[in-house]
Design a protein around this ligand. Structure first.
Ligand SMILES: Cc1cc2nc3c(=O)[nH]c(=O)nc-3n(C[C@H](O)[C@H](O)[C@H](O)COP(=O)(O)OP(=O)(O)OC[C@H]3O[C@@H](n4cnc5c(N)ncnc54)[C@H](O)[C@@H]3O)c2cc1C
Length: 432
């Protein structure tokens, strides 16, 4: 990276999630000025009700270019289980939920589960995050700069603003307009939450696989996922936290069951049809477990955005919100962050204008992001149907990064298959 930039370009980073923090670290490492803003307060940033684990695989290669060596060396601190070697698991096992039979193991590049919260806290090391700053509006100024206005009435000027503000990005609204920025909702119902168990129960669940174990039930096309989320004390399994995720498509929960108690009762009832360890995990969920309900979304209207001469762009989920069933969002966000930093470094060194550098960055992110949004959507639709499960992208491609040709092929086939599946969906809907 350039150590003596010719131009002082000040970057305004909106959002201190994984992508925003990695951009900040990369710019800091390159000696370029930036300010990072986060809507949460310093306190609520640490106490968010929703946290989950993520599989870090091919994206890890993009971390080292942005982080200083001392933080890279501490990456295991962000692992769900810091004591587990990254070589311990080679892929994601998928089972028949009814019989327990192992169907396949999805291959992945050194898959490790990272905690979203722990990764954020590690990437935040040494950064001066401006908390409590919720972006409201972005304006171009007469002097060729960009001005960001926050809901608290404050404002700040810079040379380029990068929206790292997640799937419901306000920056995306500002760049393309609220209508074109809208997300498309997928007919997915997802119960995604964390749970703790008694010591023996935790050991039992983890005995299948130290990281994760997932299954699809042939009768209902429902996916049931269990993974380790946090191991504060390896010798006391009762302190471990697990991520539990049950999802299905085309059959929303009836309003009468769409409450914390209703969702828990539904999950427990459905888990009775499962083999071990899913059946017991369902039975052992405590009565006070609060299960939120999530839908899947993606940016169907994604198209080349006007970056206003390189002054406004998007990164991470803001650029390509996707459904989670192929585990690609974080991995792509890391590549975006590293590419964006490289673009600003190029512009600051005078090798390219800011407009040229951000144009090139945008083009690549849009192409890669759109292809993966489509592949992940296909994965979500196919994995929840026993008949299409074995043709799902993950079975054919594993978890590796989609190659352009492969992705285009998947997209085309996906369209054809979805059309025929849509026709069938009405008849195939699972009973709740
Ligand atoms: C259940 C589930 C499982 C997943 N599993 C995987 C996986 O296995 N592998 C994988 O690669 N990916 C996975 N993902 C996707 C992954 O979580 C996301 O892609 C990743 O967290 C995106 O990071 P981000 O920094 O772009 O956005 P975020 O982490 O959402 O960060 C956005 C930040 O911006 C802030 N913000 C929002 N609006 C504003 C505003 N107006 N002003 C200021 N700040 C704002 C937010 O508070 C937040 O801190 C999963 C997602 C889900 C839901």
């Amino acid at each position: 990276m350039a150590s003596s930039p010719k131009t002082e370009l000040h970057t305004l980073i909106i959002g201190a999630g994984t992508s925003g923090l990695l951009v900040a670290q990369g710019l800091k490492k390159a000696g370029l000025p930036f300010t990072i803003f986060e809507q949460e307060t310093a306190q609520t940033y640490q106490t968010r009700p929703r946290e989950w684990g993520m599989t870090l695989h091919w994206g890890s290669s993009h971390i080292t270019s942005c982080l200083p060596p001392d933080i890279v060396a501490r990456l295991p601190e962000a692992y769900a289980d810091p004591g587990l070697s990254p070589d311990a698991v080679t892929g994601l096992p998928i089972h028949n939920g009814k019989t327990g039979e192992l169907l396949m193991e999805m291959k992945a590049e050194k898959p490790c589960r990272v905690s979203r919260k722990k990764l954020r806290n590690l990437f935040a090391e040494g950064l001066d995050i401006q908390y409590g700053k919720e972006l409201d509006v972005i304006r171009e100024t007469d002097s060729g700069k960009v001005k960001v206005l926050f809901k608290d009435g404050t404002e700040v000027e810079g040379d380029v603003v990068v929206g790292c503000d997640g799937a419901r990005s306000r920056v995306r609204d500002e760049i393309v307009g609220e209508e074109d920025a809208k997300l498309t909702t997928v007919p997915l119902t997802m119960l995604n939450f964390t749970a703790q168990f008694e010591s023996e129960q935790a050991l039992f669940i983890r005995s299948w696989n130290p990281l994760f174990v997932t299954s699809v039930h042939p009768d209902t096309g429902t996916m049931f996922w269990l993974s380790i989320q946090d191991v504060p004390d390896a010798s006391r399994p009762e302190t471990w936290t697990f991520q539990v995720l049950m999802s299905w498509v085309n059959n929303p929960l009836p309003a009468s069951e769409d409450t914390y108690a209703g969702r828990l009762a539904f999950l427990k009832r459905r888990a009775e049809d499962w083999a071990e360890p899913w059946r017991s995990a369902g039975r052992w969920l405590r009565d006070d477990t609060k299960i939120p309900l999530d839908q899947g979304t993606y940016w169907e209207k994604a198209k080349k955005w006007d970056n206003r001469g390189g002054k406004m762009t998007l990164c991470g989920d803001a650029a390509h919100p996707m459904t989670p069933h192929r585990g690609q969002g974080l991995n792509n966000a890391l590549q975006d962050a590293s590419n964006f930093v490289a673009a600003v470094v190029e512009a600051a060194s005078g090798a390219r204008t800011l407009e040229e550098a951000v144009d090139a960055y945008d083009g690549e992110v849009l192409e890669r992001g759109t292809l993966e949004m489509n592949i992940s959507l296909k994965q979500t639709m196919f994995i929840h149907n026993w008949e299409t499960l074995m043709q799902s992208p993950m079975v054919k491609m594993g978890m590796h990064q989609a190659k352009k040709e492969e992705a285009k092929e998947e997209k085309e086939k996906g369209k054809e298959k979805e059309e025929s599946e849509d026709t069938k969906a009405g008849a195939d809907e699972v009973a709740t």
